[in-house]
Design a binder for this molecule. Sequence first.
Ligand SMILES: C[S@@+](CC[C@H](N)C(=O)[O-])C[C@H]1O[C@@H](n2cnc3c(N)ncnc32)[C@H](O)[C@@H]1O
Length: 431
Amino acid sequence: MDNGAQARLAAARVIDAVLHHGRSLKAELSTALAGIDDVRDRALVEAMAFAAIRHQGRYAAALSRWMPRPPGARDAPLRALIYAGFAQLDPMGLPAHAALNATVDAARLLGRAHQAGLVNALLRRAQKDGLPTAGADAAWPAWLLAEVRANWPQDVEAILTASAAAAPQWLRVNTRRVTRDAYYTRLIQAGLQADVPDDMPDALRLATPVPVDALPGFADGDVSIQDGAAQRVADALMPAAGARLLDACAAPGGKSAHLLERDPALQLLAIDIAAPRVARIDQTFRRLGIGAQARVRAADALDPARWWDGTPFDAVLLDAPCSATGIVRRQPDVLLHRRPADLDALAALQAQLLDALVAVVAPGGTLLYATCSILRRENATQVEGFLARHPDFALEPLDARFGRDTGAGHQRLPGESGMDGFFYARLKRLR
Ligand SMILES: C[S@@+](CC[C@H](N)C(=O)[O-])C[C@H]1O[C@@H](n2cnc3c(N)ncnc32)[C@H](O)[C@@H]1O
């Protein structure tokens, strides 16, 4: 049986883990994709999983409408497979006969041969009647939506719409190895259409996302995948040539790598509390051919006594753990997994991290606070609190490239300039 049933089964397993067992979409996908050889199958599994998580509210409404008793906990894997089937019809728009046959066969692979007829009937119903529509707000938990609405009353509709859309694929060219213009030409020669975004010196944006192994020279380190908003961190920090730089929450290493591509002479210490993720920083540096002099270690940024040699840093990047509410389009499961208590804990951790890092910033040095959140309490409110606690720091101006000025840092909202939602505050330690 090789009509794509295995790909549907793989997608159903990912969807089941995320929807019913609280697992992370990114982590589940990366494990599932590692076991699939065919590049098109990998793209298909990824597309089904993303679409099913984004549209799970509509799909649940369809099952409630069309079934007297929708699948319960014991039938959770079946529900996940039906969602993978719905995703192929809407929004992916695959040919219905292929979607139906392969998904029905996948029900057999799932050990649900006795329910193959049910899967077939539901997919035919979806094809004939269409799946229910829903506003972009339906995917957001009420408490989180209320906070976004209170924070951004004028922009909430745009935020919801951008968060429900598939994200474009931003590339960061490794200008140590190849110029952006030369890489652009290679993309075109490979048949990939790309834009050259304004005012972004290292960035290109693909019209249609592709798996990394379809990108010319990816394995050789010519290019990385990184959203434009994340690339802006290097512009916001702008360390002096050869500066002593600390990346305090560095894994998997995207922003450190960008900074080193721009200036290999930086004296970088990259730390992160999550040891398995620290290994990914090393892998990233090796692939890109950078960071031979960098020090990379697993360490708790809250406890500098354990990792700091006492020589202050000219520049410190705190790309803090956060709600990820600015990147819902890339991590739609954020809306399933976040709880109000997580937000309280994150805001407390961010303040502690800021306070702990004060000691390691040199007089005249810079602390860049960044998050991929759109919530004020993780962003501007956090910076206001920091400045009140630390009068020896001042906010430095940033310009409109970093989004709108909140008065205490700059906020990019999701979708603006095609980018993720992101926050940047450049804090200078007074001499
Ligand atoms: C937003 S991610 C960093 C992304 C990274 N800067 C990049 O560009 O690839 C936040 C990171 O903070 C780390 N983290 C959380 N608490 C930490 C702590 N107390 N000390 C150091 N790292 C911490 C997490 O493990 C996570 O990798």
